[in-house]
Design a binder for this molecule. Sequence first.
Ligand SMILES: NC(=O)c1ccc[n+]([C@@H]2O[C@H](COP(=O)([O-])OP(=O)(O)OC[C@H]3O[C@@H](n4cnc5c(N)ncnc54)[C@H](OP(=O)(O)O)[C@@H]3O)[C@@H](O)[C@H]2O)c1
Length: 386
Amino acid sequence: MPRAYAITADAIARERARVDDDLDRVDIASIVALDELELPDVKPHDVKIRILVVSAEHNIAHAALADTVNITDMRGGKIYPGNSAVGEVTEVGADVTRFKVGDIVLTHCNGAPDPNGYPLRIWAYDQPDSIGWYAEEAVVGEWQLVRAPLECGLNLWEIGALPLRAPTAYHLWRRAEGIFRVKVSQERQATMNVLGFGGGVSELFLMLARHRGHNAFFCSGSPERRAALEDLGIVGIDQKQFNRFADRADVKAFGKEVKRLTEGAGMHIVCDLLRGPVFDAGITAAARAGVNVSAGWQLGTMVTYNSAGASTKQITLDHTHYETLIGIEAATSLYGRVFKPTIHHEIYSFEDLPRAMAEMQANRQTGIPIIRVAEEMPEAVQSLIP
Ligand SMILES: NC(=O)c1ccc[n+]([C@@H]2O[C@H](COP(=O)([O-])OP(=O)(O)OC[C@H]3O[C@@H](n4cnc5c(N)ncnc54)[C@H](OP(=O)(O)O)[C@@H]3O)[C@@H](O)[C@H]2O)c1
């Protein structure tokens, strides 16, 4: 039986009891545990894959912390996590047409598209019976796979960083841009000022903004991540200079700096992703008619704002989730050309996956965390291993 990571409600309860429900002290590495998995049979539209590389994703931290909902408990006490992967096709069902044995593929996490294609649920999180990809092997529906763009110029670790984050960034961008353009035409304002707060998704969002010719600004506490983006023409702002917006004075000082950087205009688009104290900073930074967009709530799920202030400034808040299947294909076409992710310097082994999760949650990584699952890599990706 292939090995796979699991999260159990018992492990969550044990760890929460140990730390007296103080989420800041929860050790995620003691909750995400190696297990074994019996794979389902390959049905006519299914594909069996050998997992090569995965990246650590925050959904797993949300599941282990049970900070949004206790999804493990709601799903019967045990889940197999893992929202994105690069894999090698090892078997295809009789009716599979798009893939053959030996193909290198990416998984996406849109677990159940609604009538417009947006996910009702996320695979390996709240989609019932879904089994994730922090595993040596998996059986998935053909519809869940995208061909890996092996010729895109990225190495295997960089490709492994993107299956979840790139579609999220692409979706955030097209929503934010579309909403701003409803209010202010290209004819009037060709170049937008675009701000993103720390993290892999924001970095990709800003790469897209920059690629489309806009002014892009990255507000992060990590000098390594800021430096990587500055190489792409994205201006860095040190979030720690503003004490991570600990109080109102820090937010005001940040607003003043944004005004200086944008010659008084402010940010037409803000990608938040963290909420918590970052939300106020993003609203303060907004230009008139600005759009504040987010697909995350890492630092807080609740936001409050002055509705009168937002109305008079014509600011729009938009809450997004994940891409449609068509949007995922479009985002994948931008690998390498637009999306050039920053990778954490250590490539973790499969056995070290719990530590990768814990270090991500502790914000100790210099880029997107990558876990090498397969020791032996197929010929098709040999040249992509740095
Ligand atoms: N809805 C979706 O489909 C979807 C998809 C992907 C991600 N997300 C969500 O988006 C968020 C970001 O994801 P990601 O993959 O971009 O994460 P990531 O690469 O790990 O980035 C998170 C960033 O948050 C910043 N940070 C951490 N602790 C902080 C603190 N206490 N104060 C201020 N900043 C802090 C850090 O930036 P600095 O230290 O550099 O400032 C860190 O790099 C997560 O909440 C995730 O769940 C949602």
